[in-house]
Ligand binder design. Structure first.
Ligand code: GLN
Length: 448
């Protein structure tokens, strides 16, 4: 499997650019070691994996696709999720491309080179986990890990025609994930099938004393819920998720999926998430505020590249940050610093937090009656490289259907549900109750 993985990477990755760093020597020697074992019992024995480059890997370069960390070659520890994968004998093939510090929806904010959509390389793979989605879609690895703060697993999964899950906030440890917005970030798996996804989540989920927000709950055997049976499942379809702005092809694919669910014995009804129209605004205030604090650690002293041109200490902080961060990261730091500054805090940050509560209440109310919420993952299929990069607001609006899920902290999956006339994949989003990944997987598997 490891041979096949590197062979495929050599065939296609100069066109897809999913990988930033390969770990070939290590991976091959691990594979040899596994070959020599008699006991082959492990949940991911010998399975090749790609890891998003904002998840730290001991001794393996971790850049967050930023020039700031281009020489962060030797992280001292593995993220908890990586330790868990290693314990189940999965093999890390390399580190995957992304938007710088996970800020973006197209991978065009990678400071190295943008990843391309394997279905058509004129199109973006989505972001920020674009490398993670493209590597699975192009057959370079059997699964990957991504991170999702506002849609960064589900949106690229939709654009690349793979399965991507954002778990409930707190289900998967964030220890070793380079923080973007700590109250929203979650690590999750990207795979070809729902079953593979459930298998990987089973390995990476669970309480971790190294993450204070990690939930202490029993992890079910998710694969047991893949019964194919959705008789009596109650589906809510928010009218805001099929409203104006959602492309007709996407809407038709989702309605067709709902017809499939009906034929399997599920029922659906239209509901409303009245506050979802404020989600994008609230998200960009909250996530940028948290980012401005989290990214303060990049000062040229403790991590990454230090400017050569600095004349004194303050100048070193300034020049290292000016040279190290890209445009979009600077935009977010400035927005977040402004939103948190005294005099503006109540008007922006505090108000955004109140809106966040209203959005969570909208979901809670729906889940009193329904088992899952279904809608599209994105308003449109993948867009062309270059199409939105000069217009941050249009780019931000692309996450309108994924962001409410992060603000509410509930789990959401994207699974393929058809193609546009241009041959680009369309994603169906299934959202569940807090810690009810089992029902999300059951619904996703029955459709697949
Ligand atoms: N595209 C969104 C942003 O730019 C979401 C990113 C993410 O989920 N990491 O913030």
């Amino acid at each position: 499997l490891v041979d096949t993985s590197y062979k495929r990477i050599k065939e296609v990755d100069d066109k897809v650019h999913a990988f930033l760093t390969l770990d070939e020597e290590n991976a091959r020697s691990k594979a040899k070691e596994l070959d020599s074992l008699e006991d082959t019992i492990a949940k991911l024995f010998g399975i090749p994996a790609g890891i998003k480059d904002n998840i730290v890997t001991k001794g393996l370069r971790t850049t967050c696709a930023s020039q700031f960390l281009r020489n962060f070659n030797d992280p001292l520890y593995d993220a908890t999720v990586v330790e868990k994968l290693n314990a189940e004998k999965s093999i890390t093939i390399g580190k995957l491309n992304m938007d710088e510090f996970a800020m973006g929806s197209s991978n065009e904010n990678s400071s190295f080179t943008p990843t391309r959509n394997p279905w058509n390389t004129d199109y973006v793979p989505g972001g920020s986990s674009g490398g993670s989605a493209a590597a699975v879609a192009a057959g370079e690895v059997l699964f990957s890990l991504g991170s999702d703060t506002g849609g960064s697993i589900r949106q690229p999964a939709a654009f690349c025609g793979v399965v991507g899950l954002k778990p409930t906030y707190g289900l998967v440890s964030r220890f070793g994930l380079v923080a973007f917005a700590s109250s929203l970030d979650q690590i999750g798996p990207l795979t070809r099938t729902v079953e593979d996804n459930a298998r990987v989540l089973e390995v990476i989920a669970g309480h971790d004393k190294m993450d204070a927000t990690s939930a202490n709950i029993d992890i079910p055997t998710y694969t047991e819920s893949l019964t194919g049976d959705v008789k009596g499942l109650k589906i809510a379809v928010p009218k805001e998720y099929l409203a104006e702005g959602v492309n007709p092809e996407v809407k038709e694919a989702v309605l067709e999926a709902l017809r499939v669910y009906e034929s399997l014995g599920a029922t659906w009804e239209e509901v409303s998430l009245p506050h979802s129209k404020y989600a994008v605004a609230a998200y960009y205030l909250i996530s940028s505020s948290e980012a401005s604090a989290n990214l303060a650690r990049f000062d040229g002293v403790r991590y990454g590249v230090r400017s050569e041109k600095a004349e004194n200490m303050i100048d070193m902080f300034k020049k290292s940050r000016s040279e190290g961060f890209g445009e979009e990261v600077k935009r977010r730091i400035m927005l977040g610093t402004f939103a948190l500054s005294s005099g503006y805090y109540d008007a922006y940050y505090k108000k955004a937090q109140k809106v966040r509560t209203l959005i969570k209440n909208d979901f809670d109310k729906i889940f009193e009656t329904y088992d899952v919420v279904i809608g599209p993952t994105t308003p449109t299929p993948a867009f062309k490289v270059g199409e939105k990069i000069d217009d941050p607001l249009t780019m931000y609006a692309n996450d309108i259907l994924t962001i409410p899920v992060n603000l509410a902290g509930v789990p959401g999956i994207s699974i393929p549900c058809g193609f546009s006339p241009d041959g680009l994949p369309i994603g169906l989003q299934i959202i569940g109750k807090h810690f009810d990944e089992a029902t999300v997987y059951r619904a996703a598997h029955a459709f697949e």
